[in-house]
Design a protein around this ligand. Sequence first.
Ligand SMILES: *Cc1c(COP(=O)(O)O)cnc(C)c1O
Length: 420
Amino acid sequence: MEKPRFLTSNDLEQIKIEFGTPSFVYDEKTLKENARSVLAFPHEFGFFARYAMKAAPTAAILRIFNMAGIGIDASSVHEVDRAIRSGYGTESISLSSQELSEEIKYFVHDGVKVNLCSLNQIHRFGTWLPNQRVGLRFNPGMGSGGTNRTNVGGPASSFGIWKEDLEEAKRLCGEYGLKVERIHTHIGSGSDPEVWKKVASMSLDIVRRFPNVQSLNLGGGYKVARMPDENATNLQEIGEPVKNLFIDFAKETGRKLKLEIEPGTFLLAHACSLVTHVQDITSTGKDGYRFLKLNAGMTEILRPSLYGAQHPIFIIPEAGQEKFRNQCPQVVVGHCCESGDLLTPASGDPEALAPRNLLRGEVGDFCVIEGTGAYCSSMSAKNYNSFPEAAEILKKEDGSLSFIRKRQTFDQLIENEVVP
Ligand SMILES: *Cc1c(COP(=O)(O)O)cnc(C)c1O
């Protein structure tokens, strides 16, 4: 029988008594191991890794990466603020945002780097801060996301300046005296070295047309295997051909480009498990389903409802009970009054129920959902049905557990309401 990755039965008992459920539990050891793998990414002429903090932006997590020497990829001015608040220096932060607010000019003045992501952003930024050094994010024309919703390159994606607008982007930068020194591409979740090689090569073609560019940022999108049938990314395997392309580029142009990458999923996904309880069970008869209802759901983890994403699920009964239970197909659902609140959809099809063979669950059992480090706590239907935001806990390297974000209180949930 498979066991949870890093949670022991003692941890679960302690969580139940001291912290309550649902709680996200992050594992410091895994976070540090992942940071080391990222820092070992092959490169030739200088390298900097950034954590795409939208994956999980809690200060305690940012601090672990800060201490490991990893910088920040922020996706809004608020994330820039949050990174600084956690202790990051402005010089370690780069912003690539879908919504560029004017406040960013103060941060740029203070050392934060910006990748402009549309022609309109160049225009607005140039008006605020002419003659600045900037980066440009391009959509190189292809993507490799697992689903349409995780694909962030190609003609169906709005992210970045479309490759055919390159000359217009250059002209606009010239108009405002903006000096383009960084090129950025980020095309979505992929694990295929051939795809990365192709994107790196397309990105280098863009760099070729900007003679003052000194660094190329290839974004994130290094897919992890949450389920046994999924392909994990091997960073060494992906990085070697990319490194060789940088070497060839230097031979051809004399330009030694620095490489940047900004993983989110890769650093976080396996480093967190969501600990919940089975709080009810219903059945729809012999042609129907056995539903396990958790005390959590889309309020904590939206990925299955959104993409049909698959996460490992463990039913863990009280100690000693396990041997009396068999496995059977069950559908795991959340606690919201919403039929889309489903944790076992068919892969890639959020609307289809896919009963999973799990230990026969009973009310009061723990249910641990793994692979929940990235885009779960940070991207949920928070407060739907007025459920409070779950707690976040760190399992430190010495095995002890501490809150890194307390459970939201009822007062916090309604604190901004005004009855006129
Ligand atoms: C979200 C994002 C990332 C991280 O993507 P992952 O798939 O989590 O690795 C990196 N760069 C940018 C610009 C992003 O928007």
